[in-house]
Design a protein around this ligand. Sequence first.
Ligand code: PLP
Length: 399
Amino acid sequence: MKFNPADKIQDLQYFGEFGGVNPSISDSSTYTFLHAKTMMDTFEGNAEGCYLYSRHSSPSNLNLGEALAAMEGTETANVAASGMGAITPTLMQLCNAGDHIVSSRTIYGGSYAFLKNFAPKFGITASFVDITKNEAVENAITKNTKVIYCEAVSNPLLEIADIRELSKIAKKHNLTLVVDNTFSPLSISPKLLGADIVIHSLTKFINGSSDTVGGVMCGTQDFINSLRSVIDGASMLLGPVMDSIRSASVLKNLRTLHIRIKKHSENAMYLAEKFEKDGIKMIYPGLTSHPQHELYKTMYNEEYGFGGMLAFDVGNLQKADELMELMQSRGLGYLAVSLGFYKTLFNAPGTGTSSEIPLDEQKIMGLSDGLIRFSIGLDNDINRTYIEMKKCMLELGIL
Ligand code: PLP
């Protein structure tokens, strides 16, 4: 039977301590033991069902991790305090001083800044390549390369990584393929396409209510155990742990993700098609004009569509700013970073979420300052939104 990530979430059943339909929240940072020997065994990772200290693991975080692992089809997962709190320990666990990472050049600005400016402090270097060119990825591999890093759908240019092909390259060179799937939960299942580790910023679509930051790394039990090792585990030792109360609330939101993603995708597709017909050069993977549209179709779980993110260029930063301010004043959304909210969010990534990337490099990757990135909301009547957005564009001479 075909893998359906939402069914995997749905199939999980939890019973709270008093028979509640939600698992009880474990509101403790530390846990008692009746016998000192069991504490020792827990330290060594040999006491099934026992908890030691919540930076290592907690029942609430394990519940959320189990659901996210089910969604991604991995053995297990480790929940983190933010998306960056999942990305940075993953890469630091996989690499030692002297190691090298081949990364997509169009990734979230924070991930880019980590690889470019921070990881070198620990002797880890990265080369940035056009991830849509498999031969560029292979050519960048050196004898020190340990990881290929990319986003399934890239931030902010919405380039699509060919995960099957990247996985073949990774296997051939004995590398770990790490895929950030933040932009395409449910739509794309990277593990099933060959990724070794799948990461999400839970802050975005998965939580969906823009009220917390969170992250997860999904992978093998061995890898997750290594992250949690009290001796040399990056998650355990760097400590980006999510609070149990937050992870319980993210788990509740996860249950409606399939309904939200379908609506985000439907609304984004509607606007992309309408504005493309109006003559705007749209960037949206659901359009046949998108360079990787056919590739996306070979990878996606069709019912979840092409996602809620779209982008278009209005020519220059001044026009982008004017349009965003006008749309906000008309209640069409918020001029804000982040994504996956019920209201549309928009920002100009050149000066916002990708400002960590130097201007000359933005140019090379095709990120111009007039580009506006949209996370399309759950608008009930998207045609009404389209009419109002179009009015704004006409008023500013964009259309
Ligand atoms: N990955 C992607 C694709 C993102 O867009 C972001 C944040 O914008 C992150 C990772 C980082 O996540 P967080 O802000 O939760 O640390």
